[in-house]
Design a protein. Structure first.
Length: 409
């Protein structure tokens, strides 16, 4: 099974190309589900078919659905969040950890991830095509399983113990949650960890970055690529949409075409090995199956719209399925003289936007406001950070053994 995620700035054509890609995959005989997390129902508009919260067959082998944001679930999640925030306040948790909690996104994203997991686990599909929200929300969504994991593994067990103790000594009062709440949160954590494993598996999941050849959009897309790499997601294509035809007598159009070509050149240069596919600005909105198949034909030509599956990285090499293990090829550790070199692929990151800190057994990496906690393999836990360098799209962090942390011989 493959999972394709489509993201990009608002309005660039994510829904259109996601639907077109799904239609093309299905037309080649793979059972495909196009899943939209956008409450605005634009997937239904693009396919010109009303959609609901269950997969609906819109053409042979092509199914589509609209994830229902379910008010009820949202309310319940809001309760859980309020409870967690209160817990933090009472527990005197340090600000770094408290901040991790506040970045947890809302119910829509959680629900979309759980739906994705259920559909993937159902075994019904050869391909899952996900029409994601604009970039910022998508990044929060993709960071969620790991952020929550980090929280669950570090903070939650302690609180659970403390709470049990408080209940036993009857000091807590009615504000303490029952085990049912804790169990529910634990189960949610498990499910989200499963989604994370699915999404961070390069042989299964890839992201397609949709953009229009305009400077503002290209700049945002470059930042998105860096952030996706930070979280360990593989981008397998850049889709440039609404490209004006070159030539013609109209000076206004010719000027646009020239500036777009310059932007496209910039895109091709800066996105390195990632293939860039283009789609022309069409005379009318591509709505309905026939138009979408034309769009896909222009984008993919004779190529397989699923694209080649990525190499399976050395996932797990760095320890149990923690944050680092799942990042696969994006994070590596190698011996380097008397120490170690940890390298993180961060294409396009400028040194201004990158910050690095050590927090106990974690390396806290912040890139353009997006934070990732890399849990260090045990060999690095007994080392100290000796310096870091950003070059050639990789951040290299040097670790040297810290004598204070090794048992005396
Ligand atoms: N190549 C194209 N030529 C002409 N019209 C297009 C093209 N691509 C997309 N459109 C139209 O542009 C509009 C926006 O496209 P779409 O809904 O796919 O964007 P989106 O990125 O999903 O937007 P949102 O961020 O709101 O979800 C739609 O009306 C769509 O039909
Ligand atoms: Mg859309």
């Amino acid at each position: 099974m493959r999972v394709l995620l489509f993201t990009g700035k608002g309005g660039v054509g994510k829904t259109t190309v996601a639907a077109a890609t799904g239609a093309k995959i299905a037309s080649r005989g793979s059972k495909t589900l196009v899943l939209s997390c956008d409450p605005a129902h634009s997937l239904a508009d693009a396919l010109a078919v009303p959609l609901g919260p269950e997969p609906l067959e819109v053409a042979p082998a092509l199914f589509a659905m609209q994830v229902d944001t379910q008010r009820r679930f949202e309310l319940r999640w809001a309760q859980v969040q309020r409870y967690l925030a209160g817990l933090f306040a009472r527990g005197g948790v340090d600000p770094l950890q408290a901040e991790e909690l506040t970045v947890l996104p809302g119910a829509d994203e959680v629900l979309a991830l759980l739906e994705l997991r259920d559909q993937a686990a159902s075994g019904r599909w050869d391909a899952l095509v996900v029409d994601c929200a604009p970039t910022a929300e998508t990044l929060r969504l993709l960071a969620l399983p790991e952020a929550l994991s980090w929280y669950m593994e570090r903070v939650f067990p302690t609180h659970r113990r403390v709470l049990r103790g408080l209940r036993l000594t009857r000091l807590g009062g009615p504000a303490l949650p029952g085990d049912a709440v804790l169990d529910a949160i634990g189960a949610l954590h498990e499910e989200l960890a499963e989604v994370r494993r699915l999404l961070a598996e390069p042989a299964v999941t890839s992201v397609r970055l949709v953009l229009t050849p305009e400077s503002v959009v290209v700049a945002e897309s470059r930042r998105t690529l860096t952030s996706l790499a930070l979280y360990g997601y593989r981008v397998d294509a850049v889709l440039a949409n609404r490209v004006f035809p070159a030539g013609g007598g109209d000076p206004w159009l010719a000027s646009w075409a020239r500036s777009q070509q310059a932007q496209l050149a910039e895109v091709r240069a800066s996105f390195g090995d990632i293939p860039v596919r283009t789609l022309g600005y069409r005379a009318e909105e591509p709505v309905g199956l026939a138009a979408l198949l034309e769009v896909a034909a222009e984008l993919y030509g004779p190529d397989d719209p699923l694209g080649p599956a990525g190499e399976v990285g050395p996932a797990g090499e760095l320890g149990p399925a923690g944050a680092m293990g799942t990042a696969g090829e994006l994070v590596t550790v190698e011996a380097d003289g008397d120490g170690y070199l940890l390298q993180v692929a961060l294409p396009l990151a400028g040194r201004d936007g990158v910050a690095l800190a050590r927090s106990g057994d974690d390396l806290v990496l912040t890139v353009d406001g997006h934070r990732r906690m890399l849990s260090l393999p045990s060999v690095l836990r007994r080392c100290r950070v000796d310096g870091a360098r950003l070059a050639g799209g990789r951040l290299a962090v040097r670790f040297t053994p810290d004598p204070a942390q090794w048992p005396a011989r």
